[in-house]
Design a protein around this ligand. Sequence first.
Ligand code: DAT
Ligand code: MG
Length: 149
Amino acid sequence: MERTFIMIKPDGVQRGLIGDIISRFETKGFSLVGMKFMSVSRELAEKHYGVHKERPFFGSLVDFITSSPVVAMVWEGDSVVTSARTLIGATNPITSAPGTIRGDYGVTIGRNIIHGSDAIETAQSEIALWFSEEELATWESCAKSWLYE
Ligand code: DAT
Ligand code: MG
């Protein structure tokens, strides 16, 4: 089964969207395999967004992610990496489709509520960066045979 890394950013936490966001992944049919509510160190934020370190917004992005707690999660399911990106919506919430998390709740790119891994390999490295093996639970949902043929 595929896994992806999802993070509810400080704005999503502060705006009271944790429950709604988790609910969207649960009702879609994905399984939670790891979750923690945590403050993010600059070192972790800089590693997580390392691919953007030359971009002009890098400093403010790291400031934002470290400004208030986040919810870090790992979700599992068929094609969950791509599907989670679809549930999340386009990077800039002003153009994200209605019905997506960013489309429903955001207005600016620098406050876009949630992160989701962009590819299977990225998901693997982000999961390893944020979680230890012991923090991830391997389990099977009782709904599995009703979700998959
Ligand atoms: P995504 O989060 O959709 O994968 P990304 O990887 O291109 O988007 O960028 C990571 C985050 O950086 C994004 O969620 C918000 C911020 N960001 C991206 N482009 C930005 C910009 N032009 N100005 C300000 N923040 C930006
Ligand atoms: Mg990205």
